[in-house]
Design a protein around this ligand. Structure first.
Ligand code: F6P
Length: 351
């Protein structure tokens, strides 16, 4: 005998993950699906970010699909950097598929790009809410994004490991980390790992200063140094180091390479043997920390709560220890760069 619910038309909520993946996406998906199912909704997984809405590519997202995903890194839905507003035909398909899928609402999990699209769609009248993701922690209106804690723990562990080999070989170790145009990862992992120099996009890099800090340290008896540099740090002259000129669909360049440039200069100017480590996508892989699992779970629940309350155009956010709702518009309007009070701690520590 069929269950009573089978004769009802279930309300549908779509869920997608867009942009660079990060640990904590699956906990958000899991929590949102659990809450949706509990409230009698059918959750529809949109595959590969906005690309899935363009191509009508979906997957079943019931309790079976989310079983066991809490500790898994990445996203079971897949992701892409597709910007549907780039092509008129793509955004047309998004509008059509949103309606054809019969979605009452959509939960978009992503950073400034994905949530920027969510905001535009919401302004067009589509029922969209968001959850803030990114290892970069550069999204406004939330104290922190999920994924960041895992990333800084990975980087801190790497710095700890580099310390022992740097000390044994009496070398300078330069570690290049991600974070795009914000220095959160470099700053917090640099503080946690006890780095000797921390270079972030918010403060222009002065190579004379970097080298004199290393010389001072070494003349004071230390025979090694650790330098953490954010991939988006810029030289005083305003030059940024990129891997290629090409821009992605959201207008971003691929950053990377500043670590080697700085390492070469340090070795040339100070005479200290220097090695460079680029942590790259290691910072985004693997299992989320307990903090990111809890935060992701809270964001997933809040996002679904916003759907239930029909409080659209909002994003789940962490304020102090509370999860609140903030307008998507405010969250994507400007990049959250590092807190200079935090940076000042570094200035005190490093003299
Ligand atoms: O935004 C997250 C991030 O990991 C940045 O820190 C980095 O610059 C970028 O994504 C790398 O992008 P991709 O995965 O496309 O190489």
């Amino acid at each position: 005998m069929k269950k009573k619910e089978d004769f009802r038309i279930m309300k549908k909520v779509g869920i997608l993950t867009g942009g660079g993946d990060c640990p904590g996406l699956n906990p958000v998906i899991r929590a949102a699906v659990k809450y949706a199912v509990k409230e009698g909704y059918q959750a529809v997984g949109i595959k590969n970010g906005w690309k899935g809405l363009v191509e009508n590519d979906t997957m079943e997202l019931g309790l079976k699909a989310i079983s066991g995903i809490l500790p898994k890194g990445g996203t079971i839905l897949g992701t892409s950097r597709t910007n549907p507003y780039k092509k008129e035909n793509d955004i047309k398909k998004v509008r059509e598929n949103f309606k054809a899928m019969g979605l009452e609402a959509l939960i978009a999990i992503g950073g400034e790009d994905t949530l920027g699209v969510a905001n535009k769609l919401s302004k067009e009248g589509f029922n969209v809410v968001g959850a803030p993701k990114t290892i970069d922690n550069d999204l406004s209106c939330t104290d922190v994004t999920f994924g960041f804690d895992t990333a800084i723990n990975i980087v801190t562990d790497a710095i700890d490991r580099l310390h022992t080999t740097a000390e044994s070989h009496h070398r300078v170790m330069v570690v290049e980390v991600m974070g795009r145009h914000a220095g959160w990862i470099a700053l917090e992992s640099g503080i946690a790992g006890g780095a000797d120099v921390i270079l972030i996009p918010e403060v222009p890099v002065d190579l004379d200063e970097v080298c004199s800090a290393i010389r001072k340290r070494h003349s004071g008896g230390k025979n090694f140094s650790i330098v953490v540099v954010a991939e988006g740090a810029q030289f005083k002259e305003g030059t940024m180091v990129t891997q290629e000129e090409k821009l992605d669909a959201f207008g971003h360049v691929r950053l990377g390479g500043i670590g080697q440039r700085i390492g070469d200069e340090i070795e040339k100017r100070t005479g200290n043997e220097t090695r460079v480590t680029v942590l790259g996508h290691l910072q985004r892989g693997g299992t989320p920390t307990a903090f990111d699992r809890v935060l992701g779970t809270r964001f997933g629940i809040k996002a679904m709560e916003l759907v239930l309350k029909k409080d659209y155009g909002k994003m789940a956010s962490l304020a102090g220890n509370k999860i609140i709702a903030v307008p998507l518009e405010a969250a994507v309007s400007e990049l959250k760069t590092v807190d200079m009070d935090l940076y000042n701690i570094v200035k005190i520590l490093f003299g």
